[in-house]
Ligand binder design. Structure first.
Ligand code: HEC
Length: 198
């Protein structure tokens, strides 16, 4: 042991006050010492930082929160992946990938609201056209089968062909959206056709 036993106490003037406060509980007494400077720096620093953070990220939204940043990056990566897949041709896998890409599903939803809800209703539960939310399909539930139905239509039964009005990429997007409806089972028009095999 070193000669100085009282080494554990900081002997600088600002800590050497040791005023005992008037109250006492079960023999426990309390010093009324000044908080150390490093502690005060951290406290005031945290308050200033929090205020700045709150203003920049929440009140004024000058910068995106890291969650939003992460989502943007992920979405971009998904879109790049989709573009690479598109270069290899449109098939079931491509459309499945598209139905998992949020931006494409949103685009498809907008197209659906504009052009399809009149006959299939807002949730796809069916009116003139069949219920798109059940697991039973007239023209097949495989993504490429749906793409064919929407592209070419079923003119004899009242389903228009959409290839000219929407063009191939928008038809793909709306099919991607319809794929997200499949299996949501919204009560509506009674099931028509064959059980889904995809
Ligand atoms: C004018 C009414 C009408 C509009 C608008 C319409 N559909 Fe249809 N749709 C139908 C009818 C009717 C059928 C059923 C055809 C049949 O029984 O052969 C159908 C069938 C379908 C099917 C096949 C369902 C199955 O069970 O196989 C899909 C998918 C579909 N429509 C998607 C769409 C999409 C996407 C749009 C918008 C771009 C759209 N429809 C717009 C009337 C419509």
């Amino acid at each position: 042991m070193s000669a100085n036993h009282d080494n554990t106490r900081d002997n600088r003037a600002e800590y050497r006050q040791d005023t005992v406060m008037a109250h006492e509980y079960d023999g426990i007494q309390e010093f009324d010492n000044r908080l150390p400077n490093w502690w005060m720096w951290i406290m005031w620093g945290s308050i200033v930082f929090a205020l700045g953070y709150w203003l920049v990220f929440h009140t004024l939204s000058l910068k995106p929160l890291s969650v939003a940043k992460f989502e943007t990056v992920m979405q971009k990566a998904q879109e790049e992946q989709l573009a690479r897949a598109a270069a290899q041709g449109v098939d079931d896998n491509f459309l499945v990938m598209m139905s998992q890409t949020a931006s494409k599903v949103t685009e498809g939803r907008d197209i659906f609201v504009k052009h399809c809800v009149a006959c299939h209703l807002d949730k796809g539960q069916g009116l003139v056209g069949p219920n798109l939310t059940d697991d039973v399909w007239v023209h097949g539930c495989a993504p490429m089968a749906m793409l064919k139905t929407v592209t070419e239509g079923v003119p004899a039964k009242g389903m228009p062909a959409w290839q000219n009005q929407l063009g191939p990429t928008r038809v793909q997007a709306v099919v991607a959206y319809v794929m997200t409806l499949k299996g949501t089972n919204v009560p509506g028009k009674a099931p028509e056709g064959q059980p889904c095999q995809f």
